[in-house]
Design a protein around this ligand. Sequence first.
Ligand SMILES: C[S@@+](CC[C@H](N)C(=O)[O-])C[C@H]1O[C@@H](n2cnc3c(N)ncnc32)[C@H](O)[C@@H]1O
Length: 321
Amino acid sequence: MRVTGIDVRVVTPHQRFLWTYTRAQADVVADSLALRREFPQELTYLGSGAELWRAATAVQSALLRASDLLLSDHAAELADLARPGPVDVLDLGPGTGSAAEGLLAGLIAAGRFGGYRAVDISPEMLTLAGARLTAAFPARAARLAFTVGDFRDAGPHAARIVLLAGGTLFNLADPGALLRDLAATRNPGDLVVITTRLDTTGRAPFPPSQPAPALPPIHRLGLDLLNLDPGWYEPERGFDPARREVWSGARLNRPITLHLDGAHGRRVVALHTGDLLLLYRQLFLDRAAVTALIEGSGLRLRTFHTGRSGEVAMFVADTRD
Ligand SMILES: C[S@@+](CC[C@H](N)C(=O)[O-])C[C@H]1O[C@@H](n2cnc3c(N)ncnc32)[C@H](O)[C@@H]1O
């Protein structure tokens, strides 16, 4: 790190950034920061981010538990809704595999399990999911597959059940784009299963607080990997009522110039005092808004269930014939 005459911090990433990301991913980080002042949230699950997520979800909150139980509670119904024959499941963003576990157990119990494939951008997360699901279903290990990739551009997602569990869909800046892709590449009758937290009150999910609480470690990970000293920013969080989106970020209190080595050489990103770096986003929609998003993407809502907590729900959609 170098300090210039006007106190601009010139920063190169931490060694762990270089171990965690490819040069192409360093370009994604540079582009996202330069164009949108956003650290790509999906990249925070790589490297030590996987363990941070596992640890954060290991002591399951009532909401997380209720979200996972939605899939085991309704596995037999999902098997009935799916086209006849063995049901293959494609899990987009499996995390630790906790959501898929109940669904697979239910499909096995119903004699309908065909196979399971997880696609995740984080190799480390896939290792966790693989260990969990292989231990849970050792006799089916040969029919469990784990593929590293970005599910937004991984091509056609064909499976009798495509699973987007635990709110993963609503971390995306444009969830409709993924749903439209799924609608376009589905075989008639194949299901898209979404579980998420729901807005049941029409209010923000937390009261406004000043100052904002400290950033959770997984939200902060990108800044730590970039080598940004916590003294150079203040945490912020908020709720965007127009988008119905929860967000957290870091407000810079000094100018910073980042030097990142991308696939085609050095990238220089100039950040300014007062810039808000977005670190996390999650849409917080009510039932009507999720339904409208699904239907507006060319999918048809087949069934809806709230969970054992009324704040989580499962939406099951298929392709119109
Ligand atoms: C919220 S977490 C896990 C959610 C998990 N389905 C559950 O219910 O616990 C999101 C997961 O999706 C993965 N992910 C996020 N965006 C992705 C993308 N664009 N392509 C592939 N994986 C992605 C992350 O690496 C992480 O494993």
